[in-house]
Write a protein that binds this ligand. Structure first.
Ligand code: ZN
Length: 239
């Protein structure tokens, strides 16, 4: 005897399609998290480039401030030189001379710092340009992945819709009593409702040893054969 009643064959096909449907549903469920991760990546890439740009900018600002500072000191030197030219007092002349020397020393120091900053600024600018260019490439990768994800979502939704239709059709072809029992077991067990008898003695769901009655009932192709332990429907596998 073939052992497998046609009703059981249909039920197994339904269970297989429902398990596939559940897998697709789980895949679709992680989609928003995948998109969120890509968006976080984009934010991170942009922040990295922005940080380099700001570093270059702040060096430039610092250099400009030094320029202004140097100009102030130079103006003082010019003013003191005029005062020196105008004075007739030796004491004042030499005091102004000291001031001029002090201010000129300041100017030299500032100029040294300016040169150093210019060098640093150039390097920072180059680093920023490289980073911004690299960021563009990385962002393009993220965008490509987002497009891929968008396609994947549509594909998953299409497959889910097709699968839902197929499940509906398969369910309509089943005996109502069998389908009801299957649905109740599936609702409580979540994973699988119809399981094979394994090694001719054990339940393929909970793996417990079956009573002789249950095993015989399954072997006879009885649709009502169930495991006493877990309540799952049993079928006798065709060898
Ligand atoms: Zn069981």
């Amino acid at each position: 005897m073939s052992g497998m009643p046609p009703e059981m064959e249909k039920l197994l096909v339904l269970q297989d399609r429902e398990q596939k449907h559940a897998r697709l549903t789980r895949e679709l469920a992680v989609w928003p998290a995948e998109m969120k991760a890509l968006e976080a990546k984009r934010v991170e890439i942009r922040a990295g480039a922005e940080k380099k740009r700001l570093e270059a900018q702040s060096t430039e600002v610092e250099r400009k401030n030094l320029e202004l500072e140097a100009a102030t000191h130079r103006a003082k030197v010019a003013r003191y030189k005029i005062q020196q030219f105008e004075t007739r007092k030796n004491e004042e002349f030499s005091a102004l001379g000291t001031e001029i020397a002090r201010e000129e020393k300041e100017v030299h120091e500032i100029e040294d710092r300016e040169l150093e900053l210019m060098d640093r600024g150039e390097k920072a600018k180059k680093a920023a340009a490289i980073e911004i260019e690299a960021a563009k490439g990385r962002e393009a990768e993220v965008t490509a992945k987002e497009l891929e994800q968008g396609k994947k979502k549509i594909e998953l939704e299409t497959r889910l819709a097709d699968s839902a239709k197929e499940i509906e059709m398969l369910a309509a072809g089943l005996d109502e009593g069998v389908l009801g029992k299957y649905r109740r077991i599936m609702a409580s067990k979540k994973d699988v409702a119809v399981v094979p008898v394994v090694h001719g003695t054990n339940c393929g769901g909970c793996h417990m040893k079956l009573t002789a009655g249950s095993a015989i009932s399954a072997k006879a192709g009885n649709m009502g054969a169930t495991c006493e332990n877990c309540g799952r429907l049993l079928f006798w596998p065709v060898s």
